[in-house]
Design a protein around this ligand. Structure first.
Ligand code: C5P
Length: 398
């Protein structure tokens, strides 16, 4: 419930603004007070009157409104809320937030606030995938801005893909998570994610396929339940999770050092696809191709098993150690054996045969193996797997 909480809702100028009117209703149903702020372009999509009628409050639109300034200055407005929500967060608004522009009321409030900010991005799929948007999103996340969505689906512009604003109920849940002390408050969880790159020479490396999407979703879900999360990521292609401390590494040795440095922790989730070997004689010069077709040779050595090391720590072992098993054959048997071999508490097993579409896809098919045996989860989105796993971790640590 959001009783007594005040949300400052900045409505950006996108077609999804109509959903923000419903968002006002949903937030009010949960007991929140909502102060709407419309950007100039938002007023082209929804009227200030509709927002005001639904919120039952005055709507703010103009930085230079003398009456508004006399009644409540913009600084006070930005601080009187418990949370600022930007929905829809357009590409334009995200760009302005990322560089710190403050040319209108909405962006000035975002710069002047001392409260947390939650954005619900919404834009055309190409705009969402644009390098500039990706860069802005990374910047905003590193600044501690929380995000919800966007979702995948049909868009008003006729295209299909990621960019649809999260549904009002989804945003309401994110608001509740941001304003509630979650069950993992005061707990520290480390999540490893992504591949590791083991250099062969300065330009070539050995790696596993891994986008880092599942690890990032788990980190975000744990953070949403109030945990303080250290996210140790290899060179992943998916976006870094919001609200987490991020440690970027390249190799398995660096990943191990980063995890050890981040201890102690209440739980560790090893979602990374760590390369099994590294090249012991990787040199500083690029290996030249032999014109006569001769092949290079290099020496391999096994990488340290980070999961096994942490699961078998004689002191300061985290209460819960969770490993992953990406298998292509006899998933259950291999994963069950792996749990015992590594000494971890749980194994999240998944079938990564190419035909499952799990590697690099948005869904996952998971079997959780604990001391009580296997628990088959239905196929669901990686985000839902993350939510379910985070909830189970919270129950176990409580
Ligand atoms: O042995 P395998 O690579 O299949 O084990 C997978 C699990 O072990 C994953 O949780 C992975 O993050 C972890 N692991 C690790 N260090 C390694 C190899 C795997 O932490 N060197």
């Amino acid at each position: 419930m959001l009783a007594g909480k005040r949300v400052l809702l900045i409505i950006g100028g996108g077609i999804a603004a109509y959903k923000s009117l419903d968002l006002i209703r949903r937030l009010k149903e949960r007991g929140a007070n909502v102060t709407p702020v419309l950007t100039r372009s938002a007023s082209e999509f929804v009227t200030p009157l509709s927002a005001s009628a639904l919120a039952g409050e005055k709507v703010y639109t103009d930085l230079f409104d003398l009456t508004d300034e006399a009644e409540m200055g913009h600084i006070q407005l930005s601080r009187s809320a418990d949370l600022i929500v930007v929905a829809p967060a357009t590409a334009d608004l995200m760009g302005k937030m990322a560089v710190g522009l403050a040319g209108d009321l909405a962006t000035t409030l975002l710069m002047a606030t001392d409260k947390r900010v939650l954005i619900a991005p919404a834009m055309n799929v190409r705009m969402w995938e644009h390098t500039a948007t990706k860069r802005n999103l990374e910047t905003l996340k590193a600044d501690g801005v929380l995000t919800v969505g966007p979702d995948e689906g049909d868009m008003a512009c006729g295209e299909f893909g990621f960019g649809r604003m999260a549904e009002p109920l989804e945003i309401t849940a994110a608001v509740e998570a941001a304003l509630t002390d979650g069950p993992l408050k005061g707990r520290h969880v480390i999540v490893t994610s992504g591949p590791t790159h083991e250099p062969i020479d300065p330009v070539r490396y050995i790696a596993n396929r891994s986008s880092g999407a599942q690890g990032a979703a788990i980190a975000e879900a744990l953070s949403g339940l109030g945990a303080s999360v250290t996210f140790v990521s290899g060179p992943a292609t998916s976006a870094m999770p919001g609200g987490c401390k991020i440690l970027r590494v390249e190799t398995a040795a660096e990943m191990k050092a980063a995890v050890e440095q981040a201890l102690p922790a209440d739980a560790v989730v090893f979602a990374a696809a760590v390369a099994d070997w590294h090249v012991t004689d990787a040199g500083p010069s690029k290996i030249k191709k032999d014109d006569k077709g001769g092949l290079p040779s290099f020496k391999l050595a096994e990488n340290p098993d980070i999961l096994k090391t942490i699961a078998n720590l004689p002191e300061n072992r985290p209460k819960l150690v969770v490993g992953f098993a990406a298998e292509t054959d006899q998933v259950l048997e291999n994963a069950t054996a792996k749990r015992l071999r590594k000494g971890c508490d749980w194994i999240v097993a998944n079938d990564v045969r190419p035909e499952t579409g799990i590697m690099g896809g948005s869904e996952n098919d998971v079997c959780l193996i604990t001391e009580n045996g296997p628990e088959n989860w239905p196929r669901m989105s990686k985000r839902d797997v993350a939510t379910r796993l985070a909830q189970k971790i919270a129950e176990t640590l409580s």
